[in-house]
Design a protein around this ligand. Structure first.
Ligand SMILES: [Zn+2]
Length: 172
């Protein structure tokens, strides 16, 4: 376990194995603006849930934006599950969605799921990659974007343009 944790820590240190939270928020917002067209519901609540879902997965990384704000909980999750393990899988995204549904919060759950999946897709574009189908498959889906590198900045700006385009085109 210690070895696993250490390797994980070093890996994060070297690759900066995650995207900036602002990129996740922006990409999540874009996904939410597209998805909202398919839901006849309160836009603001839906988008709020999307934004929360878009950064929640990084709770398994204590140095991340949400990790720093959840303290011990994040540290415990990172220690137990590792960064980009089960918390970066479609399985957990689906289970959390079902959790929302079980309590009757279908719209919140749907928004959260959209945000969560957008997070996984964005992480799949990074060098560190993501094991989206964990634990069924340990295959790492990866791209070539480095955290806070030039490509991530370009990606971030393109997403902002897409958001503006979307708002102008469909309104909000
Ligand atoms: Zn992540």
């Amino acid at each position: 376990m210690t070895d696993f944790w250490l390797r994980n820590f070093l890996n994060n240190l070297i690759l900066l194995n995650f995207m900036m939270y602002r990129t996740h928020l922006a990409f999540g917002l874009l996904a939410g603006l597209i998805a909202i067209n398919y839901f006849n519901t309160n836009k603001y609540i839906f988008i709020a849930a999307v934004l929360f879902g878009s950064i929640f997965a990084d709770i398994d990384e204590s140095g991340s934006y949400i990790g720093k704000r959840t303290g011990f909980l994040s540290w415990a999750i990172e220690f137990l599950f590792g960064h980009r393990g089960i918390f970066h899988s479609l399985l957990l995204a689906s289970l959390l969605f079902l959790g929302f549904v079980a309590f009757g919060y279908v719209v919140l759950g749907a928004g959260f799921l959209v945000g969560y999946v957008s997070h996984l897709i964005a992480d799949a574009l990074t060098v560190g990659g993501v094991r989206m189908f964990y634990p069924f498959s340990k295959h790492v889906i990866r791209g070539f974007i480095r955290t806070d590198g030039l490509l991530e900045r370009i990606f971030f700006i393109l997403v902002l343009f897409a958001i503006v385009y979307n708002v102008i085109k469909t309104g909000f």
